[in-house]
Design a protein around this ligand. Structure first.
Ligand SMILES: [Zn+2]
Length: 433
């Protein structure tokens, strides 16, 4: 039995601080997390945990640093690592000019494997331990990503993109091929170790009605699988979708009518939804992925978190690399705060850190496994240093023991430099800083 003890300031959430207040937060100043065989055995005061844990278990001393559950990214594209920061375009031009060019390279399994390794290294460097990932249309790209994730023991969700029109021919499948290739990947990877499959029609514009029907058939056949796609990101996209699907009541209805809207469906962006769409999302428990850096970078619009939250739509936070500009969920939280500021909405730091951990786990229905530091949960953990840079250390001099203030500094000024260590299933994934 491989045991390990992490010492530090334990912070985990039981509930959303915005609704539950102080009882939502579990904070232990001199805490310890005892892990064994990839899971958490016990969390508590270090003085107590140390009396019960095996005396010979290695101890990682993160005193002064915060120990939190690993971050969860609800929407990200692994083939877009070389698209980040592509200049001057809005969604549809950006796809054609940059993304579709880069994604064609993933027909080469060696390229796919190399990028998958880079991508996972980068996520772990940033404290992200679970992500919901788009691959390309080529099944080889999904194969490479699942294989890399499996070898690292990481909890990941991914799927091959389904796309049969409005894209270069090298990036299109057909309704039948998309169905067959997805089904083969589900058989091979869904539920294997810590991996789950997401049925992934890119969005309405790049799928024919026949393909969305095939995607809906998969969702019905494999109700344990996730569904991921994009929804209502950009005005030109919405107008083109209406032209392509004149029979649909609205954009969301395009997915709903093919059985692609439910509690395991995660929709990237959801910026320009009508009242009827918001009501349908809430009734069917579809999840909205809020991608602030992407929405700002592509000039798509400002996400209205309060409106969705009040309607009862589950919301998750996400980077959306490569439309998004940072792999860091700390930086993503900072940009989310600014977007909500523009909407005159508030987002306290405790709520933000809840969202990055338990909140996103709940939105994805994974909160029985990840998102909290509790006995029995998988040991995906991040150690954060609020004084990681000279400017942060200097700023922290003005913080006198107020946890919420410290967290707000951490998300506003922090990034990968604040990640001292990431643990994936109890194993260190990044050299200690
Ligand atoms: Zn996206």
């Amino acid at each position: 039995m491989s045991a390990r003890l992490l010492l530090g300031r334990v912070l985990s959430f039981r509930d959303a601080p915005r609704e539950a207040g102080e009882r939502a937060v579990r904070y232990i100043e001199r805490g310890a997390v005892w892990i064994a065989d990839g899971r958490i055995v016990e969390v508590g005061e270090a003085a107590d945990v140390l009396t019960r844990a095996p005396a010979d278990a290695p101890r990682d001393d993160h005193s002064g640093k915060l120990l939190l559950p690993g971050f969860i990214d609800a929407h990200i594209h692994y083939p877009q690592t070389r698209v980040v920061g592509s200049y001057g375009a809005q969604l549809l031009d950006w796809l054609n000019k940059y993304t579709f060019v880069e994604e064609q390279k993933f027909a080469d399994p060696a390229h796919a494997a190399a990028v998958a390794e880079f991508f996972l290294d980068e996520l772990f460097r940033q404290g992200t331990t679970t992500a919901m990932v788009y691959c390309t249309v080529r099944p080889e790209s999904a194969e490479a990503f699942f294989a890399a994730s499996e070898s690292r023991g990481a909890r990941m969700i991914a799927g091959k993109v389904m796309m049969d029109r409005n894209a270069p021919s090298a990036l299109t499948d057909t309704p039948q091929r998309g169905y067959d290739e997805s089904k083969a990947l589900i058989a091979r990877w869904h539920g294997k170790g810590r991996l789950d499959y997401a049925i992934t029609p890119r969005f309405a514009i790049t799928s024919t009605p026949e393909q969305l029907e095939a995607a809906g058939a998969l969702a019905k056949e494999f109700p344990g699988c996730f569904v991921q796609t994009h929804l209502s990101e950009n005005d030109a996209e919405i107008a083109l979708t209406r032209e392509l699907y004149p029979q649909a009541r609205d954009y969301l209805d395009v997915y709903d009518r093919y059985g692609l809207l439910g509690p395991k469906s995660v929709f990237g962006h959801c910026i320009h939804l009508s009242d009827a769409e918001v009501a349908t999302m809430a009734a069917k428990r579809g999840v909205a992925a809020f991608c602030p850096t992407s929405n700002l970078f592509l000039g798509s619009g400002l996400f209205n978190e309060k409106r969705l939250q009040e309607a009862g739509v589950p919301v998750a936070l996400a980077t959306d690399i490569g439309g998004g500009t940072s792999y860091s969920l700390l930086q993503t939280a900072a940009e989310a705060y600014k977007v909500l500021q523009m909407n005159r909405q508030s987002w306290p730091a405790l709520q933000a850190f809840y969202q990055l951990t338990l909140g996103n786990a709940r939105a994805l229905g994974l909160d029985d496994r990840i998102g909290a530091l509790e006995p029995g949960r998988e040991a995906d953990i991040v150690a954060l240093n609020s004084r990681a840079t000279p400017a942060m250390a200097h700023r922290m001099e003005a913080v006198r023991g107020d946890l919420a203030e410290e967290l707000f500094v951490l998300m506003t000024m922090g990034d990968d430099r604040a990640v001292a260590q990431t643990y994936v299933a109890g194993t260190p994934a990044k050299a200690s800083a």
